[in-house]
Design a protein around this ligand. Structure first.
Ligand code: MEV
Length: 439
């Protein structure tokens, strides 16, 4: 029977692996070898990766690819993408090329405000709480000066603090609702440090506020944390062209394509089952660039999906229109990203990705990421309403199946050739490979 392990984090890497091998991988020495196979020979680089997180045993690779030919606001970008799913980078590249000759992508950042809250409970006279807040607000702002000094030099800082009464939703619950500008950093540490300072001062000063009764002075801080919902940190990406120019590469006329495309978008707008998959396709592009540039994809995911439900029902993040013969397709999403701080200067591949993107500011990166999402969605919907996605998908998946079955270079070439004219399914590929191997 397996017993709980004590003090695991204090073991060396070697000891952790020994414990794992002796506990969960008893008859699988190959698994331990796999862990070691992924160590980097460069010990300095390995140590860097080990120290990103805790209890590190090895490294986990994801492909790092490039989607070239993205024309964004008349600048040409090659977009680095980190993603394991086949077809995504091919689809992004295809969409980039499609729009390259049709005016490219236009992207605008609408605003860049991030938020955080100090959540607290207070039992007593609401008017007194408001008076206390009005009095203490300058003290709160002053108290974070040591934290905000550098950010203010870069033009950012605390934008506002408001007291919000939430007692109609939860008894005795109030919050300090704070808005921040964190410039080129994602700003999580900055925001959380400011919030925790606000909370300390707010709680301590309450004890000295003469108007409060003892119970009122004992307001209780529940927690202080940034919000990953950033509907005031918005970016919009857009493409447009005459409907007649949409026909290339498809068997439909431009008009037919535009109408069918619009219908597909409308379905995603009103039908949550479709909207989730539709938005998942958008996230294929967004996450891949967010990951390559060392940003927090969980935060981005959470914020974007919340935004997709902002009108009370989960809906499409992209929209389309046809007006006066002009097809327009756009995406509007909240994105809190950083191009300084965090992993950006630590992870060599993240630094490389940012170099490829010509060292963007956070605002520029927001535009690139939004464009990647829009391009991905265009490519997906285009396939869905024309050939279906399996055709392209299975061709790309073919390579994964061949690798799984350890096909040699020669076998791969022959099988890829065979499946130019045959339908790819997992079983048909395996069957063909076996046939070939039997001669
Ligand atoms: C697959 O990863 C993404 C798609 O399902 C997106 C979509 O259906 O729009 C193709």
């Amino acid at each position: 029977m397996i017993k709980p392990v004590k003090g695991f984090s204090r073991l060396s890497k070697k000891e952790k692996i020994e414990w794992l091998a002796g506990t969960y991988l008893k008859d699988q020495p190959d698994d331990v070898e796999t862990l070691k196979q992924y160590w980097n020979e460069d010990t300095r680089l390995q140590q860097l990766h080990d120290e990103f997180t805790e209890n590190t045993l090895s490294n986990f690779y994801l492909p790092f690819g490039l989607a070239p030919n993205f024309r964004i606001n008349d600048r040409l970008f090659a977009v680095p993408m980190t993603i394991e799913e086949s077809s995504v980078i091919a689809a992004a590249s295809k969409a980039a090329k499609f729009w390259l000759d049709r005016g490219g992508f236009k992207a605008t950042v609408i605003n860049t405000v991030k938020k955080g809250q100090v959540h607290f409970t207070y039992k007593g006279d609401k008017k007194k709480l408001q008076n206390y807040f009005d009095k203490i607000k300058p003290v709160l702002l002053e108290s974070v000066k040591p934290i905000t000094a550098n950010m203010e030099k870069r033009g950012g800082g605390v934008l506002s603090i408001d007291l919000r009464d939430k007692t109609d939703e939860l008894e005795n619950y109030y919050q300090l609702h704070c808005r921040f500008d964190t410039k080129d950093s994602m700003g999580a540490n900055f925001i959380n440090s400011c919030l925790e300072k606000f909370a300390d001062v707010f709680e301590a000063e309450a004890q000295r506020y003469e108007e409060f009764t003892a119970e009122e002075a004992n307001l209780e801080i529940i927690m202080s944390i940034l919000s990953n919902y950033v509907p005031e940190c918005l970016v919009r990406a857009e493409v447009s062209c005459p409907v007649s120019e949409l026909s290339e590469d498809t068997e439909m006329s431009g008009e037919e394509f535009a109408e069918k495309f619009l219908q597909a978008i409308k379905i995603a707008e009103i039908e949550p089952y479709r909207a989730v998959t539709h938005n998942k396709g958008i996230m294929n592009g967004i996450d891949a660039v967010v990951l390559a540039t060392g940003n927090d994809f969980r935060a981005v995911e959470a914020g974007i999906h919340a935004y997709a439900s902002k009108d009370g029902k989960y809906s499409s993040l992209t929209h389309a229109s046809i007006e006066n013969g002009e097809f327009k397709f756009w995406l509007e999403i909240p994105l809190a990203l950083g191009t300084v701080g965090g992993l950006t200067s630590l992870h060599p591949l993240v630094k490389l990705a940012l170099d490829i993107l010509q060292k963007p500011s956070a605002i520029e990166l927001m535009k690139i990421v939004a464009v990647a999402g829009l391009a991905q969605n265009f490519a997906a919907v285009r396939s869905l309403i024309t050939t279906g996605i399996q055709q392209g998908h299975m061709k790309m998946h073919l390579m994964n199946i061949l690798n799984q079955h350890k096909a040699t270079k020669e076998e791969k070439a022959k099988i890829v050739d065979f499946f130019q004219h045959n339908t790819v399914t997992h079983s048909s590929v395996v069957e063909q490979l076996e046939k070939m191997r039997k001669g």
